[in-house]
Design a protein around this ligand. Sequence first.
Ligand code: B12
Ligand code: SF4
Length: 463
Amino acid sequence: MNCHLCLVFTPIDRKYRNAFQFTPPLGLVALENFIHRLDPSVRITILDGGPIHSLNEIIEFIEKERPDFVAQSVMQKSYENALTIAEHAHRCGAKNIFGGHHVSQLCEAIAFRQSDLVDYVVYGEGEMALWRIINNAPLEEIPNLAINDNGTIRKTPAFVLDLDESPLLDYSNIDLSPYTRAQGDVVSTTTYMRVYSHKGCGNRMNGKGCLFCGRSDDILRFKSPEKYWTEMKYVVDVCNANYIFDVGDDFLYNLDWLKKAAATRPVFYKAFQLAVFGRSIGVTKESVEALRKIGVTDVAIGFESGDEKTLKKCNKRNTTPEMNIAAARELFLSGIIAHVHYVLGLPGESKSSLRKTVDHAKAIAELSMSIIGSVPGEIVANLIEPNPGSPIYRALTRAYPEKYLLNDRISLDELQRDYFRHFFNLESLESYLAFRKELALIAREIMNCAPDSGAQGWTESGD
Ligand code: B12
Ligand code: SF4
């Protein structure tokens, strides 16, 4: 098909602290893989506003190359930049497409407010929607759309990807050289790549999830272990990756799957580190044994708080601070590195709960020192972000409907401000800034336990 599709991972507002990335956005790679399997002749360019392309470079590319479609993967912190890019694309005659978790959560508001600028608002998995869009299918035949019909918003049915039918992960059409260069300045011996074994999270099975979590897919499904290993062989043997991050949210959710994956692991002739996300509830002797056989070297877990009451309110079902310590111990005993994440400013947070979180972090660091002889990979203290779609975002919508209902342009600043106003009665700006400062000091104390950790939710200045 004679068309140029430009996939953009929209750069975030530079006011916020960014996470450095050494590999292309996997969501956009998955979209590229899907479309190229159906039609290899589609010209697809990926512009990564994470580490590689600045806002100006993206705009310049669009103005010069004049793609037919500009499809952006948008986050809360990149929404304003997404609108700026969309304006330029629109002027160049391109059709604008927005997608990703943030867009999925706010699809009605975006379709309501931006229908003159954004031609297609896609919620959920974008594969089939994007394919039909670039084939100029009628709206009714495009799944996963939020459509503005003269002020009334309706959605077309969702297409759910069968993970075993989806194309095998393939980075061959993606220019990896900018990543290699960017990475070379930092850690030249590591080739970093992402894979995903599953989509969805066990903690969202009842549609609720952690208080701050804004992920948009509720269905939890795994690729078959065979497919998983085929993709792992590809990234290790063909792409030469030696640090692989499996971005699925709950790698330890299904013990049967873990055991099958452990039993069917092929032989690898090169060494690699494999990092996954998990929840403490899934860490048992049996699961850790399977992780070891699979070759998992690092597990990132959201511990969220060292205070039992605060953790309970966070809605990480049936998890306690003691369980988190026990999970870390089990991992350390197997030689697996734990990466520990806390969220500061959870509802009910107090001086005492913060102190317990600091003590928890210190206990984890000591445990790691005593068992593996080094601090954990990371001990991260994030500032709470009420991501759209999360339970706390819904609470803010109920508290301030005139501001939040069908509004697509809410900055993280404002969200955090309203969150602390609503949940902590911090009405005055002074009281809010003072509490934020207190949280920032606690964050520094926690992060000192593992100095290489990078936290999110804060501004670039660290407060
Ligand atoms: C890896 C990751 C990161 C990485 C890299 C992001 C990247 N470049 O891809 C880093 C560490 C940088 C990161 C940072 C952040 N992340 Co993040 N991240 C993830 C994670 C774990 C995996 C993403 C992934 O690759 N998934 C696998 C691919 C195949 O799926 P996918 O990305 O969802 O893409 C599919 C669909 O969403 C859709 N789609 C995606 N983009 C587009 C675009 C178009 C046009 C279309 C049509 C469809 C479409 O189709 C894709 C294929 O099915 C997810 C959680 C998760 N497990 O998904 C969180 C997640 C996406 N992150 C999240 C957040 C909040 C952030 C931060 C804002 C955190 C922070 N506090 O700063 C920052 C933002 C930084 C930034 N630069 O934008 C939230 C998003 C919530 C929301 N409502 O927006 C998630 C869902 C985590 C969560 N549990 O809440 N993140
Ligand atoms: S934060 Fe993680 S564990 Fe909690 S619901 Fe979201 S994806 Fe699941």
